[in-house]
Design a protein around this ligand. Structure first.
Ligand code: ATP
Ligand code: MG
Length: 589
């Protein structure tokens, strides 16, 4: 349980309760607006935020939950520097491969440093020095600490900031089996953490980048404002992020007999949309051709162009496409001049059998009969084209974004697509960093083995924003009980006019403290109207509210309201103490 000494009771008159009435103009999402308005955070500069007293209480509680569950899972807490020497990043090659997200600088001796966006290099350096035997493994080390990423588009407040708090853990193993075990433990630990935080979340399979294998999961909080799309099967357990998800497009009925293809002039109808209007057809009857840059066997840009065929109504999945052997990664679309110069025709009329060096066809085009496609000739398309000796592709590859209603890859029902906020990410790294940094340990036979690694991140500051996205209404935040900054707010009304209001609210304030209830007494003077106090209590989202006013006391009652519920309750004055004791015991919630 969270101990009250760390979260003292407070009088609003002496507290930095920095609530704001107006919605800040640069805040697009509910959580960003509410975090500013409720006085949880303040912006210092783009992507940099100060946590105010009220916000910090929430952040610390989230941190405590994360720490407790990590400790329970046997992980060991450490604290590594934010500033990291370039040498380690040169050893793994990331000094060169990381883009401008890595903030680099020099110290007074002209030595290169960076601000840590993540800590694989530093932790692996520590472990290669400190651990050298199988007896010390497996080991799981974590920290809860500041990260800096010079994000291209910092936005949504602390949701995508430049400086943020991450819990990052790194595990080290003698073999894959041991890594698998810890990975499962971390998966379960993350589920426990996000459940305790009261979040509606889903773990989904994620793209594991260039390391391969199905060894990465993201934890997403479901929210309409989420930046990511996540995919689930309706009846089975299949869940993946959009980058990675596969599914089968339900086939559409096709004509029984194939006709012979012929050219039509399509003028300036270059987009699929214009083409469909021009020919009065459906996008589902078209093959859309996209042209990207190819790569050689080493993965370097080859200058060759690669054609991609998709059904006209479908969208390209850039992550899946960039993984194809002949396609340059990161994906690079060929620009119009290159296409015209190399293929002899503007992009709008490119189709199968162009001068592209290679072509991939998505399964969505395979069953099409009598389709429309570019004729590789200015302002011209084919009608009634069919896959045959004349109209060809080189290889079939899944390059499509799945869509709602696709058949699930586990065969269990159909796919649904929802929006999510990535709050956690777990990953099997294998020997990517341990090999580069030569982190080895001796096995039972005295043989040196490169350790296997896992890494596990939680965006602790992002969790606070994600929680607000899921828990708010038009009046403000509705905190889940266990991370609310205060559990009870006592609102004094007209205390300057009533001695009784002062003594009754003071008594309850003392009683609540004695019961270890985190309590805020809104004792601001008459310059703060009762209306403002009520609005503020809703805005900052305290779960329980008692209102002490001269009028209700005269009637022998105290008003109680649970945040998020519409109805108020009138408590007979003599029952209030008992009610507060029940609050402490968690019986009124
Ligand atoms: P994203 O895809 O959102 O950019 P990422 O994949 O780069 O995140 P990881 O490297 O997996 O992030 O970092 C672990 C966790 O840190 C993420 O799951 C996320 O919750 C959090 N995080 C990452 N970048 C930011 C940021 N700019 N601001 C706040 N939290 C972040
Ligand atoms: Mg991630």
């Amino acid at each position: 349980p969270i101990i009250n000494k760390e979260y003292p009771a407070m009088r609003a008159s002496q507290y930095l309760l920095a609530t704001v009435k107006e919605t800040p103009s640069d805040a697009e999402t509910a959580s960003h607006q509410l975090m500013i308005r409720a006085g949880l955070i303040r912006k210092l500069a783009t992507g940099l935020y100060t946590w105010l007293p009220l916000g910090l209480r929430v952040l610390r509680k989230v941190t405590e939950v994360v720490r407790e569950e990590m400790d329970k899972a046997g992980a060991m807490e450490v604290s590594m520097p934010v500033v990291q020497p370039a040498e380690l990043w040169l050893e793994t090659g990331r000094w060169q491969t990381m883009g401008p997200e890595l903030l680099r600088f020099k110290d007074r001796h002209e030595r290169d440093f960076c601000l840590g966006p993540t800590h694989e290099e530093v932790i692996t350096d520590l472990v290669r020095n400190e651990i050298n035997s199988y007896r010390q493994l497996p080991a799981n080390l974590y920290q809860i600490q500041t990260k800096f990423r010079d994000e291209r588009r910092p936005r949504f407040g602390v949701m995508r900031a430049r400086e943020f708090t991450m819990k990052d853990a790194y595990s080290f193993h003698m073999n894959q089996e041991s890594l698998d075990q810890t990975y499962q433990v971390m998966h379960a630990t993350y589920s426990a953490i996000f459940s305790r935080l009261g979040l509606d979340f889903r773990p989904v399979a994620a793209d594991s980048g260039n390391i391969g294998g199905n060894t990465s999961h993201e934890f997403h909080v479901l929210a309409y404002s989420g930046e990511d799309e996540i995919v689930f099967s309706s009846d089975g357990n299949y869940a993946a992020n959009m980058e990675m998800a596969t599914g089968t497009l339900p086939p559409l009925p096709q004509e029984a007999s194939r006709r012979a293809k012929h050219e039509v002039a399509t003028g300036d109808a270059h987009s699929i949309e214009d083409l469909c209007t021009h020919l009065s057809i459906n996008a589902t009857a078209c093959v859309k051709t996209l042209v990207v840059q190819g790569c050689d066997a080493e993965g370097e840009k080859s200058g060759e162009l690669i054609a991609l065929y998709l059904r006209g109504d479908q969208t390209l999945n850039e992550t899946k496409t960039a993984k194809l052997a002949r396609v340059l990664s990161p994906l690079e679309f060929a620009d119009d001049e290159v296409i015209e110069g190399t293929l002899g025709c503007k992009p709008g009329a490119i189709g199968p059998n162009s001068k592209c060096a290679f072509s991939y066809a998505d399964p969505s085009v395979l069953g099409l009969v009598n389709f429309v496609c570019g004729a590789n000739k200015e302002d011209t398309h084919f009608i009634d084209a069919n896959w045959d000796d004349e109209t060809r592709y080189d290889e079939v590859a899944d390059i499509r974004c799945v869509q709602e209603g696709d058949i699930s890859p586990d065969g269990k029902g159909t796919l649904a697509v929802k929006r999510g906020i990535e709050v956690g990410h777990i990953f099997q790294l294998g020997d990517k960093y341990s090999a580069a940094l030569k982190a080895t340990a001796l096995d039972e036979n005295g043989k040196s083995v490169v350790m296997s690694m896992g890494c596990y991140g939680i965006g602790v500051t992002r969790v606070v924003a994600a929680c607000i996205e899921q828990n708010h209404d038009e009046h403000g935040i509705i905190w889940p009980e266990n991370i609310a900054p205060y559990s009870l707010v006592i609102v004094q009304v007209d205390a300057h006019k009533s001695e009784l209001v002062r003594t009754v609210s003071e008594d309850i304030y003392q009683l609540a403290q004695g019961l270890d209830i985190e309590v805020l007494l809104d004792d601001r003077d008459k310059k703060t109207s009762p209306g403002v106090k009520f609005a503020d209590s809703e805005l900052i989202g305290i779960p329980h509210r008692l209102v002490i006013s001269p009028r209700s006391l005269a009637d022998g009652v105290v008003e109680y309201k649970r945040r998020g519920e519409a109805d108020k309750q009138l408590l007979a004055s003599e029952t209030v103490a008992g009610f507060v004791s029940n609050l402490a015991a968690g019986e009124n919630s």
